[in-house]
Structures are given as structure tokens and as C-alpha cells.
Design a protein around this ligand. Structure first.
Ligand code: PEP
Ligand code: MG
Length: 846
């Protein structure tokens, strides 16, 4: 490697990098160099080089010089948000350029009006291999004037690996290139797993994606790389156990962490999901109806209470760095203690959120940036806000809705640490009863701090449906809409509101008739619920005497308790995969046996239908190395996984057989497509029974989730003890619509006549062998679907615990003969909308 002089790529004023008003650059997180405030409008090559990457938003370019130095040039700050407007790229990736050659032309006036700053950082990103030995700064420059000189640290060429999965030495550092097979890229969960893996090593490990580099010990940094499915990235490691660390991280990423998907050169990088963080209208529409995205279902009437996170002011300059470092350390400790204490007394949903905050609090890059700012004379508060702010901007600017939704967690943490710094306690906001909270964004800690008895609902101008605050609202049973737009912030405190989260609407200052209609609906709902709850434990027979079993769906012991309290006559679906997910090894036979026994005991002898492991597709189990699949929903999932790894199935069946009394637990097999699969499972069951000396009958049923199973139900019923329809998957496979695709969410409806015909065929096939048919998919929890399902011949419904009392009350009010007539009509209709209309009119008469 040889020394290299970089010439100025821009006409303008050269400033020290730390003067860049952006913590990520100022803190040298992406590399070291200088910043130029441009007066010219063309970015030129600072040396002979190859163009490594040109950012999708055309505002940044990375070059590699002949000696291996990698140089990132980033035109302006927050320019990514312009999505390419104002820039013209004059070169392509992989192209060789000569020093002084134009790379990107830009409209200086347009940028000046539309971005935070024109300051352009020019940084060398592979600082492990190069050191800056001379800088020209605090002076004006013409294009081509000397800017800085670099010197290689090691004698070896820091040649980054070219092809996939090759390892190269770079001055004591090893590098390996991997392609990311994870369907959703490196989002929060995989980032956390990378950090966890690296913790076992002392080596310095970093991930480099194009122009961005992040320490593998920083979950925020890894997330901010915005690595997507199919992207390639380099893993670098140095230090005593570098090789092992690099291998572990590479294996983790290449293994897909259970989120594998196809990686093929011809597969285009998916465009970012439609961002739900974009704000809607900023002024109130004439009809006073604002539309948003459903975050938690329900209907609420209440009064507007605007919540603004009171701005915490921080002084810029610190007393002395020693004092500020101590203050920051103490504040971080205070917040950590509060979060840990809160997690210890929280339910699972809250714990997950609090743990995410704890991980951010531990993030070494966040504290490194803050500590660097303190060393430059800033106060602890200013430094912390600067560090968090840099990441918030970076995440918001990535155009990735999923990552942007993590911003509220970071802002929340910023606020908590700043309050700890000024010695303020977290206090619950004083609210009037029936408050509908309106906010730009609501922070998880703010929602956790309110009295759920006083809050009727909330709406936020921004935010997304999978944000932590949305998850929390659903768990608290608070109706909520997000991404309603800035207009929601113009609503005055005390204004009457109707929040109809189910239809995605917030009605502002409704007139008297609208208010009255909503009040009637709400009162009817509440009364119906209360009546149903009071009779939840009565048995369930239709008006004309047909006994219908109403069971509950269970994912864990707590659900079984809730279902039993709501009148469940048993469990129609125990989703055992919840015992298997989010862990690194599968639970062993003893652990499973304990869990099944606990759930069986909670049901007090009532039937417990245990579904064998249903992983694969959208349910990932990290320890199962399911090969990358082009079409995971059509790949190794459900019973196919069990037969592919029969020892897992055997262990699970043995654990089920150990629950007492024998026979209370029945076994159900998911994703059956042919009789052979059922026979193979029965063989394992027979073997396990022999091994354990179980002689009692243990029922073995199948799930009807594939069109193949529905049309051969008569063949399956000849050998299965019962059939239970998984309408979620059956609908997905009948309609060829991905159940997880938000774009199709409104159309993937189990009441589609095609799905109903499959259910009819299933019931007819089962009837030939006098087998019962149940429904354990979402349709069993849909009151509009219930009369049709019974009319088609279903005699068991397994629904979510919360709705059980209403399902039972409805069944008791139904006449089976009338249900049959309705079902026969539904089979002849042409759309799910038409079926829903028919079902609603039927229900109105019940
Ligand atoms: C279904 O597919 O309807 C079902 C009950 O199984 P899951 O939702 O767990 O895939
Ligand atoms: Mg299913």
C-alpha cells in the first residue's frame, strides 16, 4: 500500500469533521476525514478510483482507491429524504474514474432550501487500514486542491473480498462477505442476535454495508445499516479470537436465523414497505373524519387530550468533561434500574418492550458518540440528545417503515435519560376519564404511565401498526389508530371524538346524530358483552337442540386460564410452536411434558387438543436450519418439518403422552396434504405409546389447511379421529394470497365462497365416516362467520379467549335449520363482500 493524497472533490469551505451538525459523522462513526460546505454544484473524484456504491437516493457515493482506501462522500445532511430529487448521477457502480472526473451534479439552490445542511462529509471508512496524516482545513478550496493525505497502517493490501463468502486479511483484520438471506433483512431482532453472538468473543467485529459501517456490538448501529434481503455485506474482525467470532457471525447471518428466504441474483431487492409513518392531511377535512391505520381494534367515544412530550431543554456546554461523564453514567444507571424493576413486574408484552429499551441503553455506539461529544466540551444532556438524534435521523431517513417504527423507542429512551439527568421522576399524566389521547407520536413509556381506566383510546399523527406502542395498546385493550396525519394535532383539547379503530376512522366534533348512533353502538356492544360474560359457563346448544362444543385457542398457560375463565369447554388448538420459538434450542421432553401437564391441569380435565410443532413459513425457529426457500409458505412447514426431523416429533409425542390423565390430551397434525403424512405420524405415535407402555386410546386428528386436505377429507376421515379446519391457512392457500401481506389484508377473507365450498366439502367427507369437524382458525372468532360455519356442518369452534362468551351466546341464539339455509345461499354467492352482507342481515334478525 502506498500513501495517497486526496484532492478536494468540491469547491467550497473545508471544515473539521467534528463541525458537521450530525452526531454520526461528527462522532466519526462512519470514518475519519473532513467536511466541505460547498459553493460549487458538482462532486468530483478526489483520486483515481473505482465507484463502489452509489446510494439509491443519489446523494452519496463510495469510491475505492487503487491502494484500497475507501472514501465515502455524502452530499448534505438528511439529503436521503429527497429520494434523489436535485441530484444527477454521472457514473455507475463498478466504473473506474480519474481524479477530478465529475461524479454527481446537484442543484445547490434546491438543496439549500430543502435540507438541513449542505455540509458534505468526505470520510475514509476503512480506518483499520488507513490513517489520515495531513489535513487541509478552515480554508477555501477549489476542486483539485489538496484535501488530505492518507497513509496505510499495515504493509498488506486491504483488499476487500470480492466474491461471496471469501476471507481476506486486511492488516490483522479478516473480512468475509456474506449475502443476507433473511426475508426482512437485519431488523431489530436479528441485530440483537448478532450483538448477543459477538458478546462471547473479545474480537472487534464490524459489519460493513456499502458506505455504512457498524460495530457488531451495537444493535442500533446494525439496524441503521438498513441491510435488506439479498444485500451483501462484509463482516470484519480483528483481535485474538477474530476467526471464531467472524465464523460465528457469518454462520448466524447465512443460516437465516429462521427468517430465511430466497437469495438469487435475479431477485430484485424488495422496495421498502409502504411507509405508514408518512403523515396524512395536516388540516382537518370538512367532514371532520380523519383516516388512519388500525393499531388496536375497538370503538371509543371520548374527549380529546393532546399529549405533547414536554420539551426538555439542555445546555450545550458542560461544566467539565469529568463531571459530565459521571452525570451521564449515573443517569444511565438510574434509567437501567427503573427499566429492570418495571420489567420484573410486567407481563410479557411489556417485558419485550422494556428489554428492547435496555438493549438500546447498553448500545456501545450510542454511548461512544455521547462520550465523544462530552470530551469535546458538551454537557451530558446535549451529548446524549446528539447521540440519539443522529440515529433517529438515520433510521427515519432509511425509507424503511419497519425501522422507522423503532424511532419511538429511541426517542423514549432519550427522554428518560434526560429526565434522569435533571433528577425528574417519571410521573403518570393526570387525565380526565374517557380521554382519547392525540399525539404526534406516543412513546411506550408514556402509554405505560397512564391509567388504562381513564384512557378510552389514542390516535397518533405518525407511527406504524407494528410499533411497540401499538402492541401495547392491543394488550391493554385500548382502541388506537396511527399515521392519522398532522391534522390530528390541530384538534383542540376537550373536543368530542368518536374513534372507530376497526374502520380506521377518527370523527372529530361529531354532530348529535352521529354521536348518538355511536353511543348506541357502544352501549349495545358493552351490554352484549356483559350479558354474554354472565352466561359464559352455560352449555352451548342451538335453539333446535344441536350441541356445539366451544373451545379456546391457547398459546401458553396464561391463555388456558383466560379461556377457562371465559367458559371454554376445552382447548381446540394449543399452538405448541410458541414453546419452541424465540429460543436457541428446542425444549426437551421433560420441559414439554411439564408445560403440557400445566395446561391440561388448568383445563381441569376438559379436552386439550395439542397441535404438533407448526414451524416454517411465517413461523421461524432459529435452531432448525430450514434451507433458504424461494417460497417459504409452500415449503418445509407444519407436518413436513416434523417428518423431516422425526426425532423432534417423537420427543413431542412422548411428552404429550406423559400428561395425565391419559386421553385428556389429543394430538392434531398441521398442514396435512396427504394421507401418507397422517400414517407416518400415527406410526410415530404407536411407537411412542409402546415405549411408554400407554395402552389407552389417544385421539389423533388432522388440520384441514390445504386445498388438498379439504378435497380428500373423506380419505383422511377414514383414518383420522377428527378434522379441524385452520381457516387462516386454508384461506391463504385457496385464494393464493399471502396471509401476512398487508396489501391483501382486506381481501383475504375466509368468507370467500371458494373457502366456504372447501369447508362444505370437508364436512361432507368427514360425515361419511362419522367424524366431527371443527374450526380453529380465525373464522371461529368471527361472529359473522359462526352461523355459516354451523350451517355447513361444523360442530366445534375453537376461538380466542376474549370472544368466547359472545360466541357461546350467539350459538345459543341460533336455529340450525336457518343456518343451513344461510350457508347454502352463501355457497352460491360470488364474493366475500356479498357473503358478509348476507351474514350481517342474518345476524340482525337473530
Ligand atoms: C390456521 O391456519 O387457521 C391455524 C389455526 O393455524 P395457524 O394460524 O397457527 O397457522
Ligand atoms: Mg395454520
Amino acid at each position: 500500500m502506498s500513501n495517497l493524497v486526496l484532492s478536494s472533490p468540491l469547491k467550497g469551505w473545508i471544515a473539521p469533521l467534528e463541525e458537521t451538525p450530525d452526531a454520526v459523522f461528527a462522532g466519526r462513526m462512519l470514518g475519519d476525514g473532513l467536511a466541505i460546505d460547498p459553493t460549487g454544484s458538482v462532486l468530483h473524484a478526489p483520486c483515481d478510483a473505482v465507484v463502489l456504491t452509489v446510494h439509491r437516493a443519489r446523494h452519496a457515493v463510495t469510491l475505492r482507491a487503487a491502494n484500497g482506501a475507501e472514501i465515502l462522500m455524502h452530499l448534505g445532511l438528511d439529503t436521503v429524504a429527497l429520494a434523489g430529487a436535485g441530484f444527477e448521477v454521472l457514473v455507475g457502480e463498478g466504473q473506474s474514474v480519474r481524479a477530478g472526473e465529475p461524479l454527481i451534479a446537484f442543484d445547490l439552490d434546491f438543496l439549500a432550501q430543502n435540507v438541513r445542511s449542505l455540509i458534505t462529509p468526505i470520510v475514509v471508512t476503512n480506518l483499520d487500514a488507513f490513517r489520515i496524516v495531513r489535513r487541509q482545513q478552515d480554508r477555501a478550496a477549489e476542486v483539485g486542491d489538496e484535501l488530505m493525505a492518507l497513509s496505510p497502517i499495515a504493509a498488506e493490501t486491504a483488499e476487500s473480498a470480492a466474491g461471496a463468502s471469501t476471507v481476506a486479511e486486511a492488516g490483522g483484520e479478516i473480512v468475509r462477505r456474506v449475502v443476507v438471506p433473511l426475508v426482512h433483512g437485519l431488523h431489530a431482532r436479528p441485530a440483537a442476535r448478532i450483538v448477543e453472538t459477538v458478546r462471547a468473543f473479545t474480537a472487534e467485529v464490524a459489519l460493513v454495508a456499502g458506505e455504512r459501517r457498524a460495530s457488531a456490538r451495537s444493535p442500533v448501529g446494525v439496524m441503521a445499516l438498513a441491510v435488506r434481503h439479498g444485500d451483501s455485506l462484509s463482516i470484519t474482525a480483528s483481535g485474538p479470537d477474530a476467526e471464531a467470532a467472524l465464523a460465528a457471525v457469518a454462520e448466524l447471518i447465512e443460516g437465516g436465523m429462521g427468517e430465511g428466504g430466497p437469495v438469487a441474483a435475479h431477485v430484485p431487492t424488495p422496495s421498502p414497505a409502504p411507509s405508514s409513518v408518512e403523515a396524512g392531511p395536516v388540516t382537518l377535512p370538512r367532514d371532520g373524519v380523519l383516516k388512519g391505520v388500525l393499531a388496536a381494534p375497538g370503538l371509543a367515544i371520548g374527549k380529546a387530550v393532546r399529549l405533547s412530550s414536554s420539551e426538555i431543554t439542555v445546555r450545550e456546554l458542560g461544566d467539565n468533561p469529568g463531571h459530565e461523564h459521571t452525570a451521564l453514567t449515573q443517569a444511565l444507571e438510574t434509567v437501567r434500574a427503573r427499566l429492570e424493576a418495571a420489567a420484573a413486574r410486567s407481563d410479557k408484552a411489556r417485558q419485550a418492550i422494556l428489554n428492547a429499551h435496555l438493549a438500546f441503553l447498553d448500545d456501545p455506539e450510542l454511548s461512544a458518540v455521547a462520550r465523544a461529544l462530552i470530551d469535546q466540551g458538551k454537557s451530558a444532556g446535549f451529548a446524549w440528545r446528539g447521540a440519539v438524534g443522529g440515529y433517529v435521523d438515520a433510521l427515519r431517513g432509511l425509507g424503511d417503515a419497519r425501522l422507522a417504527e423503532r424511532v419511538d423507542d429511541l426517542i423514549d429512551l432519550e427522554r428518560q435519560v434526560l429526565r434522569a439527568l435533571i433528577g425528574e421522576e417519571e410521573s403518570a399524566a393526570a387525565l380526565p376519564a374517557g380521554a382519547i389521547l392525540l399525539a404526534d407520536e406516543l412513546l411506550p413509556s408514556q402509554l405505560m404511565g397512564v391509567d388504562p381506566g381513564l384512557v378510552a383510546g389514542f390516535c397518533t399523527a405518525r407511527g406504524g401498526p407494528t410499533s411497540h406502542v401499538a402492541i401495547l395498546a392491543a394488550a391493554m385493550g385500548i382502541p388506537a389508530l396511527v399515521a392519522v396525519g398532522g391534522a390530528v394535532l390541530t384538534v383542540a383539547d376537550g373536543t368530542a371524538l368518536i374513534l372507530d379503530a376497526d374502520s380506521g376512522q377518527l370523527r372529530v366534533a361529531p354532530d348529535a346524530p352521529a354521536l348518538e348512533a355511536a353511543q348506541t353502538r357502544l352501549a349495545q356492544r358493552q351490554e352484549r358483552k356483559a350479558r354474554a360474560k354472565a352466561s359464559a359457563h352455560q352449555s352451548c346448544v342451538t335453539l333446535d337442540g344441536q350441541r356445539i362444543a366451544v373451545f379456546g385457542n391457547v398459546g401458553a398457560l396464561g391463555d388456558a386460564v383466560a379461556a377457562a375463565a371465559n367458559g371454554a369447554e376445552g382447548c381446540g388448538l394449543l399452538r405448541t410452536e410458541f414453546l419452541f420459538l424465540e429460543r436457541d434450542t428446542p425444549p426437551d421432553e421433560d420441559e414439554q411434558a411439564r408445560q403440557y401437564q400445566a395446561i391440561a391441569s388448568a383445563l381441569d380435565g376438559k379436552p386439550l387438543i395439542i397441535r404438533t410443532l407448526d414451524v416454517g413459513g411465517d413461523k421461524a425457529a432459529p435452531y432448525l436450519p430450514i434451507p433458504a426457500e424461494e417460497n417459504p409458505a409452500l415449503g418445509l412447514r407444519g407436518v413436513r418439518v416434523s417428518l423431516w426431523r422425526p426425532h423432534l416429533l417423537k420427543t413431542q409425542i412422548r411428552a404429550i403422552l406423559r400428561a395425565r390423565p391419559v386421553g385428556q390430551c389429543r394430538i392434531m397434525v398441521p398442514m396435512i396434504a396427504s394421507l401418507d403424512e397422517l400414517r407416518a405420524v400415527r406410526a410415530v405415535l404407536d411407537e411412542a405409546k409402546r415405549e411408554l407402555g400407554v395402552t389407552e386410546r389417544v385421539e389423533l386428528g388432522v388440520m384441514i389447511e390445504t386445498p388438498a386436505a379439504a378435497v380428500t377429507a373423506d380419505l383422511l376421515a377414514a383414518e383420522a379421529d377428527f378434522l379441524s379446519i385452520g381457516t387462516n391457512d386454508l384461506t391463504q392457500y385457496v385464494l393464493a394470497m399471502d396471509r401476512g401481506n398487508p396489501e391483501l389484508a382486506a381481501r383475504i377473507d375466509a368468507l370467500h365462497p371458494a373457502v366456504l365450498r372447501m369447508i362444505a366439502q370437508t364436512c361432507a367427507g368427514a360425515a361419511k365416516h362419522q367424524r366431527w369437524v371443527g374450526v380453529c382458525g380465525g373464522a371461529a372468532s368471527d361472529l359473522a362467520a359462526v352461523p355459516i360455519l354451523l350451517g355447513l356442518g361444523v360442530t366445534e369452534l375453537s376461538a380466542t379467549a376474549a370472544i368466547l362468551p359472545e360466541v357461546k351466546a350467539l350459538v345459543r341464539a341460533l336455529d340450525l335449520a336457518a343456518c343451513r339455509t344461510l350457508a347454502a345461499r352463501a355457497l352460491e354467492l360470488t364474493s366475500s363482500e356479498a357473503v358478509r352482507d348476507a351474514a350481517q342481515s342474518f345476524l340482525a334478525g337473530v
